[in-house]
Design a binder for this molecule. Structure first.
Ligand code: ATP
Ligand code: ATP
Ligand code: CA
Length: 218
């Protein structure tokens, strides 16, 4: 059975989540209180509904509790975002993901049962900063407030050495979880693996450990 997704709020964020899910073959119920916005998605989403997500009756009529994932992507109207999240939480929705505008907003969302809170602008900002700092960092993903994953192109100081020689985990506290080499992903490389030119290293670890490694090698 296909996973069921409902997206509330079709701004740039909710809109792009919707488009990507549909492109990947998922069924998406798209909800927006604004008619013009909703109409934009008529030919994109599986089902489009003009509705106010802070109205419990409406959410029940749409069978929202049956959806496996519900995303709340209401931005400016923080009150509406909180109220919609609270209703979803009370209805027992399994996975509630909400876009937050501020730290206070995030704190409240977590208290009322959001399972995942995102700050797209902040997260993209942090990613961009890493790209700007080093052309060798090809990606940066924040897993939590502590842990991150980076993908970095091997620099001359790494090439020709084994993971063991570099003693990365012991010295820095981060782990090479994979190496991308010539289009192939080598997961969990052995300690005796020799790093080659153009390898992309995928490193996982606490932010501080990753920064220290970046500073010395990337
Ligand atoms: P983005 O940055 O993702 O473009 P935003 O953070 O600026 O969006 P808004 O434009 O405020 O967020 O809201 C996103 C969408 O949510 C809008 O299209 C708006 O019509 C819709 N929306 C706002 N309140 C509700 C509500 N109560 N129920 C359903 N949709 C809503
Ligand atoms: P550990 O207890 O840290 O796993 P180990 O005694 O099992 O180390 P090896 O697996 O042979 O020893 O690795 C030697 C050293 O190489 C480790 O201490 C670690 O610092 C580093 N190392 C091994 N694998 C990785 C990896 N995937 N990423 C980063 N460093 C690694
Ligand atoms: Ca916004």
């Amino acid at each position: 059975m296909k996973k069921q997704f409902a997206i509330i709020g079709l701004g740039r964020f909710g809109g792009s989540v919707t488009k990507e899910l549909v492109e990947q073959g998922a069924d998406v119920l798209a909800i927006d209180s604004d008619r013009t916005k909703a109409d934009e998605f008529r030919d994109i989403a599986t089902q489009v509904v003009i509705a106010n997500a802070t109205d419990e009756q409406v959410l029940r009529e749409l069978d929202i509790p049956l959806y496996e994932h519900v995303v709340v992507a209401i931005g400016n109207d923080i009150e509406a975002s909180i109220l919609a999240t609270l209703l979803l939480s009370e209805m027992g929705v399994k996975h509630i993901c909400v876009k937050a505008e501020t730290d206070h907003h995030e704190k409240v969302l977590k208290k009322i049962g959001a399972h995942r809170v995102l700050h797209p602008e902040r997260e993209m900002g942090a990613r961009l900063a890493h790209h700007l700092l080093s052309a060798n960092i090809v990606d940066y993903i924040e897993l939590s407030s502590q842990d991150t994953i980076i993908e970095a192109v091997a620099t001359p100081s790494l090439i020709g050495q084994t993971i063991q020689d570099l003693n990365i985990r012991a010295l820095y506290g981060c782990t090479i979880i994979a190496i991308r080499r010539q289009g192939r992903l080598m997961a969990a490389p052995q300690a005796n693996e020799v790093i080659q030119a153009e390898d992309v290293l995928v490193l996982l670890g606490p932010k501080k450990a990753i920064y220290a490694f970046e500073k010395d090698f990337i």
